[in-house]
Design a protein around this ligand. Structure first.
Ligand code: GCU
Length: 421
């Protein structure tokens, strides 16, 4: 046995060197960005032009959706019929300023299956007679982190896992209660008349490369049995969970489900874009600093690249996406086309000036390049102040680093109010 394996070792070392050598260092120099050619937005795969909203909806949009599903995020199983359990009925919270509800949403439609804990706050005045618009998003560190409220149910700690390479998997970083308060702004949001719903993204799929053996992937064994390069990765799994969250919000009496804004930061912004692209029930989608694989153009060599993201996070995208590592110029799609799939609903892309890894300029250029699909589909222009608002788009950039700040929330709420008027 030992003899048999020996000659392979040097080969493995060689292959590993080749993989690292193929990863050029990140570029942060705008003068080194060559002119790029973006794949066509308003032209069908067969070369015919997309002239009307009906052309877009009937042909181009489904074609692009299929392309992103096949090449980037992967196909997910059908969502199960909604099954949930009310863990906590609406009770006064946050010193009487809010109502809190906690719901377990099951992942297979069966009440004994694993699920996610959805934590909900609304203004204290919300009722079935006066439901409120909502913000829905996944959180990084567990529900107890989103605000200081000792009654939030603890997160469900996943069993210790294994990486695809057999090493022990990392465990989720423990989160202190309220540690993410500034990123969630729950008290302020309810004071402004909005509801907020969130779940921990690890509830859906722990964020490490386990070869798709755990999380929701494990709950769909028949689907996984025929896993191919087109099968769902973790970003698609989180997006699938967000859609299940929306399935619940449609049943939630305190929620005005016609006005649900889906938001996500960074990797969760990538998932929010995919969930928003695939699910037209979200009337507003907010991508915050989602960068590579999110709102930023892949063909711009600036900050994170497709090769880097596939190497460091091999479980995020579908297998087929790995073929595009370090081949961005040849890619037949780019992120402006993903953003366009949100049209004619509203889209806000947020960037931070110092978040160069996410390429703020690439995020803005993708939004701009997606605009023709919005103008084509939005229909009668609203009496709006800016052309961006007419197109139901917003780009927001603020000073500072990669984060969610109060100023981000202010911009998101301003935009939500403008488009929901
Ligand atoms: C890494 C990764 C990014 C991602 C970010 C995050 O920096 O390279 O693509 O957006 O993590 O999710 O915080």
């Amino acid at each position: 046995m030992g003899m048999k394996w020996k000659p392979i070792l040097p080969l493995l070392v060689l292959m590993m060197n080749a993989a690292t050598a193929a990863e050029p260092p990140a570029n942060y120099d705008e003068t080194k960005v060559p002119p790029i050619v973006l794949p066509e937005l308003l032209k069908n795969g067969d070369g015919s032009p997309v002239k009307t909203a009906a052309d877009w909806t009937g042909k181009r949009r489904p074609e692009l959706l299929a392309l992103f599903e096949k090449q980037m995020f992967g196909r997910a199983p059908e969502r199960p019929a909604l099954a949930f359990e009310v863990q906590e009925e609406a009770v006064p919270a946050l010193n009487g300023k809010a109502l809190r509800k906690q719901i377990k949403v099951f992942f297979t439609g069966k009440k004994e299956s694993p699920g996610m804990n959805l934590l909900i706050y609304t203004p204290a005045s919300a009722s079935a007679q006066s439901p409120v618009p909502f913000f829905l998003g996944l959180n990084f560190e567990g529900n107890p982190s989103v605000c200081e409220d000792p009654r939030i149910l603890p997160r469900m700690e996943p069993a210790a896992g294994q990486l695809a390479n057999g090493q022990p998997a990392p465990t989720a970083k423990p989160a202190a209660p309220g540690s993410q308060t500034s990123r969630w702004q729950v008290e302020w949001l309810v004071s402004q008349g909005f509801g907020t719903a969130t779940a921990w993204y690890w509830d859906i799929d722990p964020d490490y490369d386990d070869g798709f053996k755990n999380g929701v992937h494990a709950l769909y064994p028949d689907f996984e049995k025929s896993r191919t390069g087109e099968s769902w990765g973790s970003l698609a799994a989180w997006a699938w969970g967000l859609r299940l969250g929306m399935d619940y919000l449609e049943k939630e009496p305190l929620c005005d489900a016609k006005h649900v804004a889906l938001h996500g930061h960074s990797r969760l912004g990538k998932s929010a874009l995919w969930a928003g692209a695939t699910d037209e029930r979200f009337s507003l989608v907010i991508s915050n600093e989602s960068g590579c694989g999110g709102a930023a153009l892949s063909k711009r060599p600036f900050g994170e690249t497709v090769g880097r993201i596939n190497t460091v996070f091999p479980h995020w995208f579908c297998g087929n996406y790995h073929a595009w590592s370090n081949r961005e110029p040849e890619m037949p799609f780019d992120q402006h086309q993903l953003l366009a799939l949100i049209a004619p609903r509203a889209l806000l892309v947020g960037s931070a000036e110092e978040d160069l890894w996410a390429d703020p300029t690439g995020e803005r250029l993708a939004l701009e390049a997606s605009a023709p699909a919005f103008f084509l589909t939005v229909g009668e222009a609203k009496s709006a102040k800016s052309p961006l608002l007419q197109a139901r788009q917003a780009y927001f950039i603020r000073p500072g680093k990669h984060d969610v700040m109060f100023s981000d929330w202010q911009a998101w709420v301003d935009f939500a109010r403008a488009v929901w008027k």
